[in-house]
Ligand binder design. Structure first.
Ligand SMILES: [Fe+2]
Ligand SMILES: [Fe+2]
Length: 310
């Protein structure tokens, strides 16, 4: 990857510093880190871990996911697939950490995992293989283990420095996964690194065009769940219609592709039309919730781009 200077250290959950603040993140840095890992990383199924299976079932029972996941045949296909995906044990441990210290992130990670698998089922021809490679949702925000909890849970606007530390969860996730998997080219690492990039190169950390369909699916699911879920920086969430309008607006601005948006809208309809037959409304009737400090920076009260912090 192109050179990037770390503003905050990247450390594992057991406090091993992989890269200190100030380190340059170059291909060479990553490769030497990967080859320094002499341990064998064990893996396990996410759904067999702790109470994940019951917790996920509970989250998917809440609106709007109870509609999205209302086709039992689809749901069992998706859950069977997620059950067969094995992730590195430190990823499982990160779920314990989030469940204990930042429940919103725990819920978000599991829901994005299930939703992106469901969307991939519609959109990606070899989706089973790709889901196995990607270990999609469970690891996309792994890098948040490096973000101090007071930043993750802050209810006031973030300062620019705090926002930059938060944004570094992308690079941190990529570094951690490359290290654990001893592979700097894995799809799971790529998802962690690139899920905040946009098609028009307006995202971060590298501001490169979003091109991988699998990464794009996680991106769409990530933004959608962030909008409709409890978040520290606003008292109430977006209603479902307004959230879908926001996602539609992103496709209109070419930040994300139409196929993933159509698939998400189709899943939100009780009749479950095929996504290719789904006509997306361009009408904007919703409003963002009051008291939302999303994207506002403390020092200057100016708006950054939306959906930065998911
Ligand atoms: Fe996320
Ligand atoms: Fe993220």
């Amino acid at each position: 990857m192109s050179t990037m200077k770390l503003i905050h250290e990247i450390r594992t959950l057991d406090n091993q510093v992989l890269l200190p603040a100030g380190a340059e993140l170059t291909d060479e840095t990553i490769e030497s880190l990967v080859s320094s890992n002499k341990h064998t990383t064990r893996t396990g199924s996410v759904l067999h871990h702790a109470s994940v299976k019951e917790d996920l079932a509970h989250f998917l029972n809440q609106p709007p996911y109870n509609v999205i996941f209302s086709d039992q045949k689809q749901v069992s296909e998706v859950l069977d697939l997620i059950e067969s995906v094995h992730v590195a044990v430190p990823v499982l441990q990160s779920l314990d950490y989030f469940k204990q210290h930042d429940f919103n992130t725990y819920r978000h990670i599991l829901v994005v995992s299930a939703l992106s698998t469901l969307l991939a089922r519609d959109l990606v021809p070899d989706y089973q293989d790709r889901i196995h490679e990607a270990a999609t949702g469970p690891a996309h925000d792994l890098g948040k283990v490096c973000v101090p909890l007071h930043i993750l849970k802050k209810t006031d606007p973030l300062t620019q420095t705090e926002r930059n530390i938060l944004k570094q969860h992308t690079a941190a996730g990529y570094v951690l996964l490359s290290y654990y998997l001893k592979d700097s080219k894995s799809l799971t690492g790529k998802v962690a690194r690139d899920h905040h990039e946009r098609r028009d190169a307006s995202g971060y950390p590298r501001a490169i065009p979003l091109t991988d369909p699998m990464v794009e699916i996680v991106t769409v699911c990530d933004v959608y769940d962030a909008l409709i879920s409890p978040r520290p920086y606003r008292p109430i969430s977006y209603d479902n219609r307004t959230a879908l309008e926001e996602i539609t607006g992103m496709a209109e601005r070419n930040e994300i592709g139409w196929e993933a948006v159509k698939a998400l809208v189709a899943l939100n309809r009780k009749t479950k039309p095929h996504y290719s037959e789904c006509i997306v409304s361009h009408e904007k009737r919703g409003t963002s919730p009051r008291g939302n400090v999303y994207g506002i920076t403390a020092e200057d009260e100016s708006h950054n781009s939306d959906y930065d912090d998911t």
